[in-house]
Ligand binder design. Sequence first.
Ligand SMILES: Cc1cc2nc3c(=O)[nH]c(=O)nc-3n(C[C@H](O)[C@H](O)[C@H](O)COP(=O)(O)OP(=O)(O)OC[C@H]3O[C@@H](n4cnc5c(N)ncnc54)[C@H](O)[C@@H]3O)c2cc1C
Length: 281
Amino acid sequence: MNVLTPRELPELFAALAAPGARVLAGGTDLLVRLRADLRQGRKVPSSLVRLDGLEELCGVAREPDGALRLGAATTHAGLLAHPLVRVELPVLAAALADLGSPPIRNMGTLGGNLCTASPAGDTLPPLMVLGASVELASAAGVRRMALADFITGPGRTRLAPGEIVTAVLAPSAREFAVRHFEKVGRRSALAVAVVSLAALLRLDARGKAVEARLAWGSVGPTVWRCPEAEAALLGQRPTLTALKRAAAVVRARVQPIDDLRASAAYRSEVAGNLLLRLAAL
Ligand SMILES: Cc1cc2nc3c(=O)[nH]c(=O)nc-3n(C[C@H](O)[C@H](O)[C@H](O)COP(=O)(O)OP(=O)(O)OC[C@H]3O[C@@H](n4cnc5c(N)ncnc54)[C@H](O)[C@@H]3O)c2cc1C
């Protein structure tokens, strides 16, 4: 298998045009899958095209509209160490701090997490509540789309053949007084989410919610939103009483599945309970 390290985007697109070529970012998902495919005699890519030789895919910058541009090949550790991410996107920083382990955060990238499109991907719920979009590029040009449209199912995205994610555009969440991410797994470290919640609440001068954005991971094929629970919080202070009412709405509407890691009933209960944490913030 060839491993190529292009230094410029046109070189990358040419390499990806070869039949059976595949993008390799940090490799923390792909190499695990390739090893299993090799063991089971399944077809593997003819070449791996690395992203880490392309400077323009790495780092954090400010867009003209004020949003942050997060390079798709930036590692989780690189994002977490960046002051703009910590100050303006704390809900994402909280998820990154809990993603995998130090070696996984040093190798794994934001673009890889999105393109794997796992229902348990930790960066997905925070990026959804932030209203993030993705920038995609191929030899045919550049386009942008909302992250909510980009991920279409478990392991499925709207990436076209020969196309890569170059960046994530995330508006600042500074005006949201309540920002929270929490994941519940089967152990306290290196855990795959059984349920996760990302939440942003914007409060008025009296402490009442004027905007609520909630997104759960691992309770559906993609990130799950609950507009009815968001509506239940509007005009309310995030007290335990108000949050309990919204949590009941969540439990009534969420439709998770049973799998190896947890039962549907447990997931429903926890999806509601995670909201109650907002009372303590
Ligand atoms: C031990 C372990 C623990 C883990 N823990 C967690 C966890 O707690 N939370 C979590 O969310 N994930 C976890 N993961 C999964 C994984 O680390 C993350 O999803 C990571 O972000 C993947 O990024 P990567 O750069 O390694 O992607 P890769 O493995 O390099 O690529 C993944 C897929 O995305 C494609 N791809 C990558 N980048 C791009 C791009 N820019 N454009 C187009 N396609 C692209 C690749 O072709 C491949 O199909 C864990 C993995 C391991 C092995």
